[in-house]
Ligand binder design. Sequence first.
Ligand code: BG6
Length: 513
Amino acid sequence: MSDLENPFQETLLQRHRADPCTVVIFGATGDLTNRKLIPAFYNVAACGDLPPQFKVIGFARRDKTDEVFRKELEEGNRKNSRQPHTDELWASFSQGIHYHRSEFEDPAGYVKLKLLLDQFDKERGTPANRLFYLASAPEAFKPILEMLRATGLNHGVGGRWARVVCEKPFGKDLATARGLNQAVAETFEEKDTYRIDHYLGKETAQNIMVLRFANALFEPNWNSKYIDNVQITCAENLGMEGGRGGYYDTAGALRDMVQNHLFQLLSLVAMEPPTDLSADSVRDEKVKVIRALRPLVGPEAVGANVIRAQYTAGSVDGVSRVGYRQEDRVNPESQTEAYVALRLYIDTWRWQGVPFYIRVGKQLPKKATEISVHFKKPPQVPFATGRLPGSSENTLVIRIQPDEGIALRILAKQPGQALSMQQVKMDFRYSSSFGKASPEAYERLLLDAMAGDATLFARRDEVENAWKFIDEIEHAWHQSAAPPPMCEYPAGSWGPKEADDLLRQDGHEWRLL
Ligand code: BG6
């Protein structure tokens, strides 16, 4: 890897590789550990980037031995690891995995945890850094933090650090997020707090900053003078599989995806250039975007700019799907949205008058996340074209997933006598340009948390400002006298027609994916 590619990451890796580390996962019997966390650590191990004498302690309520826990994780790793699972690597890697049974509120469980951590340090002959990963149900976060504080586990030993990683959901509104932030702040300093948003770990999301700030080409055009509108789509072709309905029906698309993932993407697209790449400089700029969002207050403003919807029965990929309200663990009279589309304005000099359209939904025709930047048409076109709509045919598409890459659509002359034009595509694909698979988001984020780099994690003020904005919409939906309607779309379609109308009002259309 050349210096140009990433000197910053190289030093971080070197720095953290030297120090031993133990990760304690609270709620370790959940799906996340099996599907994401252990495969991520395994892949990091396969790349040779794990710290020496690395250990994982799974902390959960169910009774099981280390062997049973390892066996379950092995099955998960075979299915979910990015790199091939080999018995040899698994045998050495899994020796560092242990299980600790305890209730989350039981002080004795934390005293025993401390003894276990001390025992590992003794066996190593040196104290280890400690990373506490909150992957339990969110109600357990506060008791866990209290117990860590009561046992002094929130402080590193022997000059090593202790840090906390908080999984989402980080609260369900501003009040609960503030309460949680308070509990975290009483236990860990902000610099040791890592609120995870796995979208920030996606390779293409990280590339947004490089695209914008390492190329002189785009930044001069990246403003209201040249950009007509920006669209962010996050489509999923799944519904409430795997018993997710229970959680999802208490959250909905706005809380589950927009408050965190989509606002993070929006911030990266709309932020000003940071003065340097330090975690705080980057996050200072990102939070300014969220703070500059024009508030949507009251049912009228919300109704005019936000469309919520539930899917009805339909079919995706030729497979029939039930409607949202018929899904397992979903209230048959649910008022929770499985789809949301928003028109947002960012009140800054750069973005005055540019609509940002965001849409996210379940049971859409395919899984795809992309950002498209639609440029304005040229001031004057010296060709008889027949077709040059309001926004031009110049579109920059950042494909977050799948088929990660960036495409620029421009007009070109069709070969032949006549001067007719056609849209063509200049395409960069990660898979062909770099010839190797990108690391999974969790690999990058776990390494960053161990390396002490919080750039790709949400800061307290980012989370709270995002909730502040979202709360007004939720309030208009659920607490106003005349709430905006809940629309419908058949599973397998691209969402409700009202979301198309939202753009049509401005003379725009959703980009076809
Ligand atoms: C999670 C949401 O944070 O992100 C899920 O809770 C969603 O509802 C998932 O399906 C999408 O993540 P990805 O990486 O598959 O796009």
